[in-house]
Write a protein that binds this ligand. Structure first.
Ligand code: C2O
Ligand code: CU
Ligand code: CU
Length: 494
């Protein structure tokens, strides 16, 4: 048992005494599978009339039981927005809810005043209508509200959606018919109490981040997807508050990763398991030409963020064993897919050459700023201290943490204490050169904007978009409970 294991096991035991956090389990095992809903696709161009309206709604995640939700132009989540590289996307975001919101374009390369960070919150009845110059390689991105202190709650209730960025100049040899052989999959874990979606933070969740026991895909519990026989592209978005997935297929079949957060990989990577932290995206291509039904599953690594399965085992009622989550069932239709056979060995993508870094910055993600035991005690007894931070300080909207000169490559060394954290940077994609203390090949990882930090991590990053003090860029942990509690900083670029 390593140090983290020991500490987290102790914390979990304390929390279990202090709060009844395991009161609910699913009640649906025998329900028929609902078809996977595909969010409507909106082409956002430079014409008028593209609107997203944030509003309250209700949704029956369990038949006959309605939950209060939020969504963009629908009851829960929002439409998929398609942007085209080289064009301008005009979009009006209306705030029809009773609290301030923002629309952050997660992963896009936009100047700070268009980025939708916490400084750009707008109130009930107001509209924010940015014109976004689309300057980003083809990729799967997403949008979500980003109000400081409220991001976890608002995203949990539904203020998020997917973005597809297309590049008409590049002929991508991949499936690309939306909803047919190119499928958006938004994963979120949720807690249901008597069928009602509940956001109830136990003490453990305040420290480790919220974990629900049921997994929604595009807002639906354990749905079924029908695909054509042949190659199908799945766009995976982890829009969970804190849960990390380790995806695979129930029959152990191999698949190929073709893109990560910031776009295509230079070459497909073959694998049987894919790790996806909160905020991360991956595109995979799966061969369904054998016409066999299969399930997309994930290891239930509820406690895996802390470097092992101790808490996952507890949550699943087992003895340190890792449960498997049954997430999506896939059936193959009689139709034949547009593409079959092997993918080309190379994809039309080149990672940018960032050159040698001109400076190095160090970041440590802190679960506490005082002593480790003191912080744990505060959490266990529910005292709401400023326990989350980066380099010893919690986020302060009035403080700019540093300035990065435009167009200069920097090396960022990131470390985490207590547990692993998904580290996200606004305003640019980056290359990962070191993870878990080991050198890694950026070519196999691709362009990223979130990196799983578990042991020393290094990235190379260069900012090509400006951000003024009025609307700086954020860097933060994408465990939303950590971000809201201050594991975030902000910087200007110019
Ligand atoms: Cu997905 Cu700062 O955000
Ligand atoms: Cu972001
Ligand atoms: Cu974190």
């Amino acid at each position: 048992m390593n140090r983290r294991h020991f500490l987290m096991a102790g914390a979990a035991a304390g929390a279990a005494l202090a709060a009844p956090m395991l009161v609910t389990r699913r009640a649906v095992a025998a329900e028929p599978r609902a078809p996977l809903p595909i969010p409507p696709l909106i082409d956002v161009d430079d014409g008028a009339g593209n609107t997203l309206t944030a509003r309250a709604g209700t949704r029956e995640f369990f038949p006959g039981v309605s939950s209060r939700t939020l969504g963009f132009s629908q009851d829960y989540l929002g439409p998929t927005l398609r942007f085209v590289k080289g064009r301008t996307a005009k979009i009006a975001v209306e705030n029809g809810v009773d609290a301030p919101i923002t629309a952050h374009w997660h992963g896009m390369h936009l100047p700070g005043h268009l980025d939708g960070g916490p400084q750009l919150a707008f109130g009930p009845g107001e509209t924010w209508a940015p014109e976004l110059p689309i300057d980003h390689p083809a990729a799967t991105l997403w949008y979500h509200s980003h109000v400081h202190g409220e991001t976890a709650t608002q995203v949990y209730r539904g203020l998020a959606g997917m973005i597809l960025l297309d590049d008409p100049e590049i002929d991508v040899p991949l499936p690309r018919t939306y909803g047919e052989d190119d499928i958006p999959l938004i994963f979120q874990d949720r807690l249901f109490q008597r069928g009602v979606m509940t956001y109830d933070l136990g003490h453990m969740d305040q420290m480790a981040g919220f974990q629900g026991s049921d997994i929604l895909v595009n807002g639906t519990l354990r749905p079924a997807l029908t695909v054509p026989a042949g190659l199908v592209r799945l766009r995976l978005l982890n829009a969970s508050n804190a849960r990390t997935y380790e995806f695979g297929f129930s029959d152990g079949r191999a698949f190929q990763q073709v893109a990560s957060d910031g776009g295509l990989l230079p070459a497909p990577q073959t694998m049987t398991g894919l790790h996806l932290s909160p905020g991360e995206r991956a595109e995979i291509v799966v061969d369904f030409s054998d016409r066999r039904a299969v399930r997309l599953v994930s290891a239930d690594i509820a406690g895996g963020m802390m470097g092992g399965g101790s808490m996952g085992g507890m949550m699943g009622g087992g003895n340190g064993t890792v449960d498997t989550l049954d997430i999506l069932s896939i059936e193959v239709s009689q139709r034949t897919a547009r593409l079959s056979g092997p993918l080309p060995a190379r994809l039309p993508a080149t990672l940018p050459d960032l050159g040698a870094p001109v400076r190095t910055r160090d970041f440590t993600l802190n679960v506490h700023s005082g002593g480790m035991m003191g912080s744990m005690l505060n959490n266990l007894i529910g005292r709401d201290g400023q326990t989350m931070g980066i380099n010893g300080s919690s986020y302060d909207m009035g403080r700019v943490d540093f300035h990065a000169p435009l167009g200069e490559t920097e090396r960022w060394r990131i470390n985490a204490d207590m547990m692993a954290h998904p580290f996200h940077v606004h305003g640019a994609s980056f290359l990962v050169t070191r993870m878990g203390g080991q050198a890694v090949d950026p070519q196999t990882i691709g362009l990223k904007d979130v990196v799983h930090v578990d042991g020393q991590t290094e990235i190379l990053v260069r900012f090509d978009k400006p951000a003024m003090p009025e609307a700086p860029f954020m860097y933060h942990c994408h465990i939303l409970e950590h971000e809201d509690r201050g594991m975030m900083g902000q910087f200007t670029v110019g």
